[in-house]
Design a protein around this ligand. Structure first.
Ligand code: ZN
Length: 470
């Protein structure tokens, strides 16, 4: 039991998710009698992973002194309501942007869980009777009350002799790398990359480099890949085709980050006269709320975004943007002919309103479904990416006649080149570097590349292992 591994004086690190997989991010740092949990994410995708959400974590929730979040994505934050329900009563530290996003995302996650349980009870699709939600809105509200936002660049205490500094990660609004300095008995620094973004992308400032780490946890989602170049030509071609064929371009997109980047790019291409102006529908209540939050956090904006807002432009608003808040508005799209662009969550088609659009549009050979982000193993998005001829949605078998296109180069994640660029910012090699947050091949490849190109000690973090910290 993890509790026995507490050492009076030593320091240890344990990986309870986000190791060997891209979801469930949870890394526990124990220094003496103090415990800090880095991220508290939900598992998503494969059933065996999702089932882990229901099991109690292998550490006592009430033994954790503080949680520190890298960013708001559910695979990094979505298990907070469970942790609080199981007895965690400390602060949850994150940046102000993350705090605003969590307000929407945790409530939305709880709402989805409640809806899923209700659906299972109505249609008796669960072996449990009654089916219960993983957590409730009340659980999410209890977690939100524990949030304590801290700005980028400030250093604050999480425990006696343990300090945290957030720096920009450039991945989504509010995303941060976490530097944790602890004394055991001499000061050491553990750096956690969270999810790293890319350089020169719309809206957000670039990832910040960090000079020092004794122990480093680096994400490896695309540790084995290099993104294609600027995707805007390919995207402009698809939009132009959509206009010419009077068809539908359906884009499953993460409500947080990806939707805002798409809106920015469509607006920019329209301004430049590179695409015809088409009706653009955002059909995700969460994406609509999040777009407002994106505009309200200048500390995250790059220079172009700052300038556009100063000039009172609406950088996230294509000319014929229509936002659909109510379910009836969403349903009215079913009978609407093209040309149009529909952006709807969730990004990997694991839930949300995009499922209804997929039921309606997948059997239609005139529709193009555009995949614009990472599609984790076991998700419907991955099945589409892999060329599935049919998808199972709400118990129905839906034929895939639509064209499915993967737009490379639009990821919010650093690729192997970006990761190495960030790693080269360290002025001396960390004593050890762990590749986290990657499927096995991506994590293995990144660790091997770090050893070969940088000459550092690097290896893949193993799920549920405990390592000693210096
Ligand atoms: Zn993320």
């Amino acid at each position: 039991m993890a509790r026995l591994m507490r050492r009076r004086t030593g320091a240890a690190l344990q990986f309870f998710g986000g190791a060997g997989t891209v979801t469930g991010s949870k890394h526990l740092v124990t220094v003496g009698a103090r415990r800090v949990l880095l991220d508290c994410g939900l598992f998503q995708g494969l059933k065996a992973l999702r089932e882990r959400n229901w099991a109690a974590p292998p550490f006592a929730a009430d033994s954790v002194d503080a949680v520190v979040l890298s960013h708001a994505h559910v695979d990094h934050s979505g298990a907070l309501p469970l942790l609080v329900r199981r007895g965690f009563s400390g602060p949850i530290y994150c940046t102000p942007g993350t705090a605003d996003l969590l307000e929407i995302m945790l409530l939305d996650a709880a709402h989805l869980q409640e809806e899923e349980a209700e659906f299972a009870n109505r249609h008796r699709t669960s072996k449990h009777s009654p089916a219960l939600p993983l957590y409730t809105t009340a659980d999410a509200q209890a977690a939100l009350r524990r949030i304590d936002p801290r700005p980028y660049g400030s250093t604050f205490d999480v425990a006696p002799d343990q300090h945290i500094t957030f720096r920009r990660a450039g991945h989504i609004l509010g995303s941060a790398t976490v530097s944790l300095t602890y004394a055991a008995p001499h000061p050491h620094t553990l750096v956690f990359s969270g999810d790293l973004g890319r350089w020169d992308r719309p809206i957000l400032r670039d990832p910040e480099l960090i000079a020092e780490a004794d122990v480093l946890l680096v994400e490896s989602t695309y540790g084995d890949r290099v993104h294609a170049g600027d995707p805007s030509d390919a995207f402009a071609r698809l939009v132009t085709e959509t206009a010419e064929r009077r068809s539908v371009l359906l884009i499953p997109a993460f409500a947080v980050g990806r939707t805002q980047e798409l809106l920015y790019v469509i607006r920019e291409l329209e301004d430049a006269g590179r695409i015809p102006v088409l009706p653009v529908f955002i059909d995700s209540p969460m994406a609509i709320d999040v777009t407002g939050i994106y505009a309200r956090h200048p500390e995250d904006h790059d220079l172009d975004m700052q300038r556009l807002l100063r000039e009172n432009a609406s950088p996230l608003a294509p000319q014929q943007l229509q936002v659909l808040r109510r379910a009836e508005e969403s349903k009215s799209l079913n009978n609407r002919p093209g040309p149009m662009i529909v952006i709807s969550a969730s990004g990997m088609a694991t839930g949300g309103r995009v499922l209804h659009h997929l039921i309606r549009r997948l059997p239609d050979p005139d529709t193009t479904v555009l995949l614009v982000g990472y599609q984790a193993a076991g998700t419907r998005g991955r099945a589409l990416q892999d060329g599935a001829k049919a998808l199972r949605i709400f118990g129905q078998e839906i034929a895939v006649q639509a064209r499915v296109v993967l737009l490379d180069g639009v990821s919010a994640h650093a690729d192997q080149h970006d990761l190495l660029r960030w790693l080269r910012g360290f002025t001396r090699p960390p004593r050890v570097t762990y590749a986290v947050h990657g499927e096995p091949q991506a994590a293995d490849t990144l660790a091997a590349t770090i050893r070969r190109q940088l000459g550092w000690q690097a290896r893949v973090a193993e799920d549920r292992e405990t390592v000693e910290l210096p």
